[in-house]
Design a protein around this ligand. Sequence first.
Ligand code: PLP
Length: 421
Amino acid sequence: ADVRERFVARNPESLKQHEAACAVMPGGNTRSVLFYAPFPLVIAEGRGCRVRDADGHDYVDFLGEYTAGLFGHSHPVIRAAIDKALDAGINLAGHNLLEAKLARVVCDRFPSVELVRFTNSGTEANLMAVATAVVATGRSKVLVFKGGYHGGLLSFGGGASPLNAPYDLVIGRYNDVAETERLLAIHGPELAAILVEPMLGSGGCIAGDRSFLGALRAGATRHGALLIFDEVMTSRLSPGGLQQALDILPDLTTLGKYVGGGMSFGAFGGREDLMALYDPRRPNALQHAGTFNNNVLTMAAGHAGMTEIFTPSAVLALNQRGDDLRTQLNRLCRKHGAALEFTGIGSLITAHFSAVPVLTPADAAAGDPRLKELFFFDMLDRGIYLARRAMMALSLEIGDAECTGLTEAVEDFLLSRRPLL
Ligand code: PLP
């Protein structure tokens, strides 16, 4: 209660903005994930790895726009690319000089992607990938996993969302090979697709076991279903995405977030024979229009970001930084005997207040939500901005000083809240 009260007292302008927003948006909200009680901070501006809220408090941005903010705020290279695109004119109603260049980069980088199409969000990319699988296989069932998040219309966080697209969904248990084999034996011949994140992102940065993901690959092949890797969050975890690090190639891959340089972005791609269904030179080609699929701002920002900034060596360095930070944070938790664990891979990290190692969504769900809330508000108090669900996605602008600042803030939290932990 004390930390919430301080939050309210410190943030009158955010509260005022929230109240005004409530008059025109439900709960003042247009992105569900951003809401938390008593009201969410309004962020007024950001530079590099820092953001400033509407009341003028500065934070180190460890949230990194839920992974889309990989390049930090207004990176000069991205800005220059966007300026150049603006000068050439937006909304050109034609193929432009940039889209095939970004597509080339994506196909070169991600090993399963032979051909790619762009969308405007990760949500749309996943809907398109699943629809492609339904058409390609002539089947209707889709195997997904509890704890998975593929956008608001394919969301399995606490169970299936009532907003989910009306596919015939089979919901399995993430990282449970025996249960997966059982479901495959029952539903395999009717499956159009298996849709999975190779690491659960919003589900708590829980890495997929190689044996689990390998069983999905083998099961899909055995039953003639398509394996779709949702790499919207995980594509940053090696130069060629998590699929490359795991050496498990899906039939289709979906991308989003940072690949568009911080602009609205999504993409789905994969096997040439599947993507060729959209080739308009073919009779009865599938139609996938989309006014903004090739919008020049995204194409320019994404191409600059992927070629000039997030090069393969930058990918490796960022993940090393994340792994070092996670190791350091977990060492602190052990040192102070706290039932707190930082999970994830590379630059993606989530804090879980759990007495058992967090290997599945069920382990994550067993953690105490009140401690997570306390952690969130305590971190804000210490100038650290992260997701309310205690997720962090390092941007390239986060350096040694910021990582040291975070570990100090976490140690301070562990010491000051010791009786509760
Ligand atoms: N897939 C995953 C794994 C995601 O984390 C997200 C967004 O958080 C999406 C899909 C949806 O992407 P978007 O928010 O761009 O629609």
